[in-house]
Ligand binder design. Structure first.
Ligand code: SAH
Length: 308
């Protein structure tokens, strides 16, 4: 910007930064999935992912460093919550991922399913999503943005009243409170009934079909009986259930059910009139799931050994 006075340029360089994050690691899987591990200015690290599926180009972004929800099977919360991301840090993930696209590719979807609990950081997330949907920003319709939540009823209500068209995905993982309390510790204070009540409200206000997520953990929540109870719980709702076969995390005792068990679970829901998708893994070779890359980097950093 040579048309600015030299002193002004010096001041700008000193006081402002275009990027606050830097790329610590960039990996690409055979299926086209790309993952970025980003260093934050204060030394924290976050992950974000670009997924390629036919013509779809979906980016998956994080909202917190770590997570306070403590779901027992998830890598992101193993070390608790460090802090919320700022609006800028959320926007930067999207801009960095958008830059990975080839000229002929178009970003089509945004999913807020990276590290952290998005509804615990709505103050920073909502302005970031406003940039996504702004025609002078990324220009993506709010209808192509999905926010995934562990199910925080007060924040679900706030999001409904915010009036945006975002799709809400609610992580259930169990058909009853007793089991859910064991695998989703935040559930101890929050019942499935309270979550479903707010989910219904979100549907009424937004008109958007709800998505429910259900991570299948072998021998924990994958029995036919549990599938029937889940069907019972969701009966009468316009809903899609995303069944997510567990993506194994090193050091955790949970296992992925085999394909026959996954199908049996799905078929019971389908027979009860519920729409189901089994969400197949993408980019698993590059640990493109849920805080695994950051964890691996942290372990390498602390132990000095290389990842296997
Ligand atoms: N905090 C949000 C976003 C989490 S990531 C939420 O709870 O919904 C999106 C989904 O991936 C959630 O349903 C989460 O429970 C699930 N998930 C986390 N770790 C996983 C793993 N190792 N394998 C499969 N799904 C996982």
């Amino acid at each position: 910007m040579t048309d600015l006075a030299k002193q002004t340029r010096t001041d700008l360089a000193r006081d402002f930064q275009l990027w606050t994050t830097s790329v610590a690691k960039h990996t690409r899987a055979d299926d086209g999935t790309e993952k970025l591990l980003l260093d934050l200015a204060d030394g924290g690290q976050i992950e974000c992912v670009l997924l390629r599926d036919d013509v779809r180009r979906t980016i998956c972004i994080s909202t917190q460093v770590g997570c306070a929800m403590g779901c027992v099977f998830c890598a992101s919360g193993l070390d608790g919550l460090a802090r919320n991301l700022t609006t800028g840090e959320i926007v930067e993930q999207m801009l960095r991922l958008a830059r990975l696209l080839e000229p002929e590719e178009r970003l089509s979807h945004v999913v807020v399913m990276g590290m952290g609990e998005p509804l615990a950081n709505l103050d920073a997330l909502l302005p970031a999503l406003a940039e996504v949907t702004d025609p002078t920003g990324l220009g993506i319709s709010g209808r192509r943005v999905t926010i995934s939540t562990v199910g925080l009823p007060a924040a679900m209500r706030r999001l409904a009243e915010h009036g945006a068209q975002y799709r809400l995905a609610v992580s259930l993982h169990a058909p009853d409170d007793q089991l859910r309390n064991q695998i989703v510790p935040t559930a101890k204070k929050i019942t499935l009934a309270a979550i479903l009540h707010e989910a219904n409200r979100y549907f009424e206000i937004s008109g958007r079909r709800l998505t429910f997520e259900y991570v299948l953990l072998a021998g924990v929540n994958d029995s036919p009986e549990q599938a029937s109870r889940l069907a019972q719980l969701l009966r009468g709702r316009l809903a899609l259930v995303n069944v997510i076969p567990y993506n194994q995390v090193a050091g955790l005792p949970y296992r992925t059910p085999n394909v026959a068990v996954q199908r049996r679970f799905r078929d019971i829901l389908v027979d009860a009139g519920i729409e189901v998708k089994i969400r197949h893994r993408k980019g698993s070779k590059i640990d493109a799931a849920c805080g695994q890359l950051r964890r691996q980097a942290a372990q390498v950093g602390s132990s000095g050994t290389s990842p296997s």
